[in-house]
Structures are given as structure tokens and as C-alpha cells.
Design a binder for this molecule. Structure first.
Ligand code: PRP
Length: 184
């Protein structure tokens, strides 16, 4: 049985995702020309977006990664997170762009921003591929670039997982409800 059989409907095809990323990268290349920004992403969900976005950017950049664990349950963020891998680079005085696959409640991004802001970057903004705005708890996030808005459903693919699976789907889709409920 193929992984894609568990998808109820496709929200964004591979071509739509790549088109949108090219447009976002072009905008970032214009906005950050001459600043050599540092793109920071959080493992693991943002891996695919980071890889494609960074390759589509045409100005000099550096990349770095953080890893966190959340103390919440498997499908809902509580905002209680712990840093398990910090950045390798210093960010003081740098122009930093936090690259996320999805902003849901916003609690994770809020925690990361507070952590990074304390290190005095020259600027700090967010670039997210997906925005599930309907579930937002923290509404003060500096989201400068946003790929697509998504409905409040269980979306997987292109980095987004359900129990660590489906990340490698090249498109983004809604998981069949029976797949979600069967694993609960
Ligand atoms: C996802 C995503 C964000 C966070 C968004 O990560 O990558 O970091 O959830 O949710 P929030 O806005 O409600 O805080 P997840 O915890 O699923 O880990 P993963 O990146 O390893 O998939």
C-alpha cells in the first residue's frame, strides 16, 4: 500500500509548492540583498522547505539548525518546549530569518523567537510555508513571508508528519480521518 493512499485530498501539489517557494525566495533575495542573512530552521519538519527555499535564494546566505522537543501530546502543541540542539553560529548583529514548515498555535515560534531575540540579532523575522491561522494563540509573530494558508485539518507531507510518517510525500494533503483515529 502506498503512502499516498492515506491522503483524503491534496491541498498543494509538488508544482504549486515549488512555484510558491520560488516566489518567496525571489522576494527574500530582494529584501535581504547585501545583508547575507542567516536562515535558521527547526528540525525536523522544516527540512524540506529549508532545502528548497535556500537553493532558490540567489544572494549569499548561511544556514543553521535547532532541534527542540515539546512536552505536549502528539497532535497538539502546548508551547512547552526544550532546546535539544542549539545553533552552531553566533547571531549577534546578524539578520536572522526563522524558517518554519507550519505556524499553528504559534507557541513554538514564540518560544524560539524569545530565545533568539535575547542574543541581539540585527533583525529577526519568520518565513513559514504554511499558516494555520485559525488555531493561532500567539498573534504577535513577525511573519514576513507566508506560503499558503491551510484549513484546520490534519495536514501531512513535504516535511509534515503524523507519528513521524508522511514527511517524504512531495505534496501536502489532508490525512484521512480514519488514519488519524485508528492511531489514537
Ligand atoms: C511543528 C512545526 C512547528 C510547530 C508548529 O513541529 O514544525 O515547529 O509544530 O506548531 P505551533 O505553532 O502550534 O507551536 P513538530 O512539533 O510537529 O515537530 P517536527 O518539526 O519534528 O515535525
Amino acid at each position: 500500500m502506498a503512502l499516498a493512499d492515506d491522503i483524503a485530498r491534496v491541498l498543494f501539489t509538488e508544482a504549486q509548492i515549488q512555484d510558491r517557494i520560488r516566489a518567496m525566495a525571489a522576494q527574500i533575495s530582494r529584501d535581504y540583498a547585501a545583508t547575507a542573512p542567516l536562515l535558521v530552521s527547526v528540525l525536523k519538519g522544516a527540512l524540506y522547505f529549508m532545502a528548497d527555499l535556500s537553493r532558490a535564494i540567489t544572494i549569499p546566505i548561511t544556514i543553521d539548525f535547532m532541534a527542540i522537543t515539546s512536552y505536549g501530546d502528539e497532535t497538539a502543541s502546548t508551547g512547552a518546549v526544550r532546546l535539544i540542539k542549539d545553533l552552531d553560529e553566533k547571531i549577534t548583529g546578524r539578520h536572522v530569518l526563522l524558517v518554519e514548515d507550519i505556524i499553528d498555535t504559534g507557541l513554538t515560534a514564540d518560544y524560539l523567537l524569545r530565545t533568539l531575540r535575547a542574543r541581539d540579532p540585527a533583525s529577526l523575522n519568520i518565513c513559514t510555508l504554511l499558516d494555520k491561522a485559525a488555531r493561532r494563540i500567539v498573534d504577535t509573530l513577525p511573519i514576513q513571508y507566508r506560503g499558503f494558508e491551510v484549513p484546520d485539518e490534519f495536514v501531512v507531507g513535504y516535511g509534515l508528519d503524523h507519528r513521524q510518517l508522511y514527511r517524504n510525500l512531495p505534496f501536502i494533503g489532508v490525512l484521512k480521518p480514519e488514519v488519524v483515529s485508528a492511531s489514537r
